[in-house]
Design a protein. Sequence first.
Length: 272
Amino acid sequence: MGHDSLDATATRLRRDILKMLYLCQSGHPGGSLSCVEILEGLYYRTMRVDPARPAWEDRDRLVLSKGHACPALYAVLADLGFFPREDLWRLRQVDSHLQGHPDMTKTPGVDVNTGSLGQGLSVAVGLALAAKHKRKDYRVYAVVGDGEVQEGMIWEAAMAASHYKLDNLVVLLDHNGLQIDGPNEEVMGLGDIVAKFSAFGFDCEEVDGHDAEAVAAAAGRRAEGRPRFIRCRTVKGKGVSFMEGAAGWHGKPMNAQEYETAMKELGGGQDV
């Protein structure tokens, strides 16, 4: 898939994210839009998955630790055919299989239930360790948010990943610099996050998180005996001018005018 095709895919995914969030008048647009190319690079270029067999034992696993960004994951899974695209328009409805946070018991293609921030990396470590014990060659990809990296459980998991030499684990940080209360550096500064993961024994790399090909290339690389960490530099609310770099759009519904403006910026009408 060429770069132009990847860009077109990202735009299509962003439009679907905005539509489902507008229809349910709930959810998290900022962090969903910031991780689109991260998930795109993984699912369309790197991961071994099969929409016809979502529970295939030898598939690669994705842990969306920042579970509130699940609209981006749902848009990808629907686009790949794990379930009908029309299901997206019932996000967060009582009778929908698309919950406000990922639920593996309800949604085809979701590998892990997430929502309580800081826990996803521990689950990913467990999955990677299980693969080693079973002598399976699948890989585990964990997408974490910068706000949750402030939590101690992340660092316990990082220490375990290095100790057990989990070279089948890749951690991707959606580093948009903002969280619900404001900039990371005002809430709890991350410092040199790459140096920190390196000190914990990870093989580290930095990429433009809005370049799906760069994400895919970095995620596909391996380091013998060491887990991988990829800092993906992103923009919260990417693709919508009034959302970009604005902490207030962490979890805020759009009104009709905002939705119309956002969809026009992404190349079309409201599509409702």
